[in-house]
Write a protein that binds this ligand. Structure first.
Ligand SMILES: [Zn+2]
Length: 484
């Protein structure tokens, strides 16, 4: 079946629109399995299709979406009507930065489509991992498995034609136990990038059983451990907490729409000001951060964004200095107008929508810290006088402008005079974003660097959940407040 997308887009131009695009999803399959203590607690599966049209008319956006392919003409007309109503109330006309027009295709790397794996096979897998988690000290066991498969076609009035086929799989294991004070301790595991693909082939039972055994061992060490001291020391962050530190205090504050105030009513603002670009010392010269949507195999790699802009690898922080933001076609023109100069040369290709029913927003791609030259975890420990190695994202709270933070961890052990010391429980650390990154003292090399996945980054009103990645090394920060 052919759809009249181009004809409908042309009609919008003839009616006075300056730009329009349409995203058509012929099929999206998603499923989630939840197992608690060996019982299948929830199972959901859904399939949908539809399209969303975005129109720019006299500087105002209009949007409309539908699942009814019988209503294409009416939906395009509704999008234009919406733009016309908005145009009457507009204070600042929207302009889109120039872009290269692409005809292309992107397919995420996947050998076995999770949607094609029978559910009894998936449940049998979860049972096997659950059995490995069912050990002394473990009072609660949770396993989640979420899969998604989406095909999207994109067309715009500039002539772009893009097809994207993206499959995702997000497994997650969690266990809990109670320590001597009756407090709950937990350990979780969401696998980082396990290889060049991310289909059902990553679900290797032996590997997950090994991870389960490690989680059980670390939980039991934590249950028997003394409390984390409350003092000031070096913190050595493992990738499974460093990714969240970067996500909350570099990724979110550098979203240009947030800097311009668009997220204030929902997810907060940013301490970063437009005048900071090219000038602000964000961290020590060991800190280099990039938004890399070209990384092989990560949910933050997508070929082309939902403005039809090709995926890019852009620096955000270079040797500690803030040089870039997470940008889209619309926001760079607004920011440049406000700055009175052309600081942002064009879109960074980060506009993504969570479904055909939503409009694209600036979303993190893969916000990654470059590996450093300070060797392995062991090398870093050996050079640390008084520190703590921290792992796991137990809980977190962040200032509304991302200027300060508090993260609690699942697992930690002390370091004294270059030696590993005992495990401690109820670990946490806190700080202020800029002083914290300006205390970055050591950055592990490629051997410590891994890509952690985020399946559930929330943003926007109505809310959109997005998937992305963070490539991060082991990092040491000095003079950090630790304890509960
Ligand atoms: Zn987020």
């Amino acid at each position: 079946m052919t759809h009249p997308w181009k004809e409908e887009l042309n009609k919008l131009l003839l009616q006075g629109a300056s730009y329009a695009d349409v995203r058509y999803t012929p099929r999206e399959d998603s499923a989630a399995l939840v197992m608690r203590n060996g019982n299948l607690l929830a199972f959901s599966a859904g399939s949908e299709r539809g399209f969303g049209v975005r129109v720019l008319y006299q500087g105002a956006w209009g949007f409309a979406a539908s699942s009814d392919l019988g209503s294409i003409t009416a939906t395009f007309a509704r999008a234009l009507d919406n733009a016309k109503s908005t145009a009457r109330r507009l204070s600042r006309p929207i302009r889109l930065a120039d872009k290269q027009v692409h005809t292309g295709r992107f397919t995420s790397p996947c050998l076995v489509d999770p949607a094609q794996v029978p559910y009894d096979e998936q449940v049998a897998f979860l049972r096997r991992v659950d059995t490995a988690l069912q050990q002394t000290g473990v009072e609660q066991r949770m396993i989640f498995l979420r899969t998604q498969s989406r095909l999207t076609e994109y067309y715009d009035t500039q002539g772009a034609q893009i097809v994207k086929e993206i499959r995702e799989i997000f497994p997650y294991l969690g266990i809990q136990g109670r320590d001597g004070d009756g407090e709950t301790q937990s350990r979780r595991y969401s696998p980082p990038r396990l290889g060049p693909t991310r289909g059902w082939e990553i679900m290797q039972a032996d590997f997950f059983e090994e991870q389960a055994a490690r989680m059980v061992r670390e939980l039991n060490e934590t249950l028997a451990a003394p409390k984390c001291p409350s003092d000031v020391r070096s913190v050595i962050l493992m990738p499974d907490i460093m990714y969240l530190q970067v996500h909350e205090t570099i990724g979110h504050p550098l979203e240009l729409d947030r800097i311009l105030g668009y997220e204030l009513s929902y997810a907060g603002g940013s301490f970063v000001r437009l005048s900071d670009f090219g000038a602000l010392r964000y961290g020590t010269d060991k800190l280099t951060v990039r938004a890399d949507a070209t990384m092989e195999n990560s949910p933050g790699s997508f070929g082309y964004d939902d403005d039809g802009v090709e995926a890019q690898n852009n620096l955000l922080i270079k040797d500690g200095i803030l040089v870039g933001a997470i940008t889209s076609r619309q926001m760079v023109t607004e920011a440049n107008d406000k700055m009175g100069r052309e600081y942002f040369k064009g879109s960074g290709g980060t506009a993504r929508a969570s479904s055909f029913r939503r409009t694209p927003l600036e979303r993190m791609t893969n916000i990654s810290v470059d590996p450093g030259t300070d060797g392995t975890l062991e090398d870093i420990i050996a050079k640390t006088e008084k520190g703590i190695v921290l792992s796991g994202d137990k809980s977190w709270s962040i200032g509304s402008n991302r200027e300060q933070f508090h993260f609690a961890n699942h697992y930690g052990y002390l370091v004294e005079d270059g030696q590993k010391k005992g495990v401690v429980r109820s670990c946490a650390y806190s700080g202020e974003t800029l002083p914290f990154y300006n205390s970055l003292a050591m950055v592990g090399d490629e051997r410590t660097w891994q890509v952690e996945f985020v399946p559930n980054c929330g943003k926007g009103m109505p809310s959109q959940t997005m998937q992305l990645g963070h490539g991060v090394p082991v990092c040491r920060f000095d003079n950090v407040k630790v304890g509960e």
